[in-house]
Design a protein around this ligand. Structure first.
Ligand code: XUL
Ligand code: CO
Length: 433
């Protein structure tokens, strides 16, 4: 009997519906800027938060009671049944998982790999039956104690080897399941103390590791995108994949900037001292925008609280940058979000997603309306219009510092500041959100 048996499939009923179990704004078939909303958002449920998380926090353990908790293959199968029931209730097209979310750890590497492959056989059947697709797969190289000092950046080469074998196994199943991306988030790729850390070696190890991942992708003919997920801290005090700008420098250093893109998460952007839209805009401008992990942090606590998004203006500015960058290709919107530990019921798991999906739909529609109106781009173009002539371009490309200085004196240049119009632009945005 399904864990979600009392919950009807969630359908679009429009903004006036007062049915809790309905979408008010997410209509998969509604066409926004020439594309179905489902194809824009490419929504995914995160297996770890909705199926594997047990309600623990640093001060207390499991609060949830789910019939699939357990560390054997039988439990993993019950969990898979519940997962696909939930995807069906929500009518989301994608899911994402780590190896550790879906299979029990074995007594050896080979047994862990076989467990993973066996569960992925179950997934393959269910995906075929339901049409649910895999947005991305990934390896959990942060929970088990072996990873405490990092995976690729570990001081111990045996851990590097174990990490390489782990990623190979996860890429293999991702490839087999038709996954559209493969994600690397390096929660322990960083350090606790600089006193015991060789930064130079660790960066070389990370570069060598990622190069092997990219080579392997080509070797097996995986057509998806390799994505790195930036985050500045937590669990490590300092993490190497700090933010978009930092990863760009890393990719350039190892010649991988055309091979790897980014999976950008709202809460991680905030931890790095940026806004989500900043990280998305920068990734878009560098050609690195791959996919997003949608959530929100608690703005007071300063932790990565992985809550469901509930702020349309913020989400609208995020999708504005996604649309401006041309929208998702292999990427999508993964809800890297979990219910609070007091939210015990199956309804909580489902309705948390329903609310978040509606927020994303509203954000997307507002973003599309802003882009179609063109007001922001027009004001921006006007602000930089001085650069759109030959003389300005010549200054950038060919004039030397002393030539520019001479011209400034010859023409008695006396530039006058102009308004940045920030509040007018904020007012403009408010009309759409
Ligand atoms: C951790 C986080 C991860 C990655 C995948 O903060 O976001 O769940 O998304 O490993
Ligand atoms: Co994430």
């Amino acid at each position: 009997m399904s864990y979600f048996k009392d919950i009807p499939p969630i359908q679009y009923e429009g903004p006036d519906s007062d049915n809790e179990f309905a979408y008010r704004h997410y209509d998969p078939n509604e066409v926004v800027m020439g594309k179905r909303m489902e194809d824009h958002l490419r929504l995914a449920v995160a297996y770890w938060h909705s199926l594997a998380y047990e309600g623990g926090d640093p001060f207390g353990g499991r609060t949830f009671e789910r019939p699939w908790y357990g560390d054997d293959m039988a439990a993993a199968r019950v969990k898979a049944d519940a997962a696909f029931d939930m995807f069906g209730v929500l009518n989301v097209p994608f899911f994402c998982f780590h190896d550790a979310d879906v299979r029990p750890e074995g007594d050896s590497f080979a047994e862990s790999r076989r467990n993973l492959e066996e569960i992925c056989d179950v997934f393959a059947d269910k995906m075929q039956q339901t049409g649910t697709k895999l947005l991305w797969g990934t390896a959990n190289m942060f929970t088990h104690r072996r990873w405490m000092a990092g995976a690729a950046t570990n001081p111990d080469p045996e851990i590097f080897a174990y990490a390489a074998a782990t990623v190979k196994a996860c890429m293999d199943v991702t490839h087999r399941l038709g996954g559209e991306n493969y994600v690397l988030w390096g929660g322990r790729e960083g350090y606790e103390s600089l006193l015991n850390t060789d930064l130079t070696r660790e960066a070389e190890q990370a570069g060598a590791f990622l190069t092997k991942v990219v080579d392997y992708k080509h070797k097996i003919g995986f057509k998806g995108t390799i994505l790195i997920e930036p985050k500045p801290q937590e669990p490590s005090k300092h993490q190497y994949d700090f933010d978009v700008g930092t990863i760009y420098g890393f990719l350039k250093r190892f010649g991988l900037e055309n091979e790897v893109k980014l999976n950008i998460e709202q809460g991680h952007a905030i931890l790095a001292g940026h806004s989500f839209e900043h990280e998305l805009a920068l990734a878009g401008s560098l050609g690195l925008l791959g996919s997003i992990d949608m959530n929100r942090n608690d703005y007071q606590s300063g932790w990565d609280t992985d809550q469901f998004p509930n702020n349309v203006p913020e989400v609208a500015l995020a999708y504005y940058e996604v649309l401006r960058a041309g929208g998702f290709t292999t990427g999508g919107t993964n809800f890297d979000a979990r219910v609070r530990r007091q939210s015990l019921d199956p309804e909580d798991l489902v309705l948390s997603h329903v609310g978040a999906i509606d927020i994303c739909a509203r954000g997307l529609k507002a973003a599309a309306a802003m882009l179609e109106n063109g007001g922001l781009e027009k004001m921006r173009a006007e602000r930089y219009a001085g650069w759109d002539n030959e003389a300005s371009q010549a200054m950038l490309k060919s004039e030397s510092l002393d030539q520019i200085a001479a011209r400034v004196e010859e023409t008695n240049l006396n530039p006058q500041p102009r308004s940045g119009r920030q509040e007018r632009l904020e007012n403009w945005v408010s009309r759409f959100v």
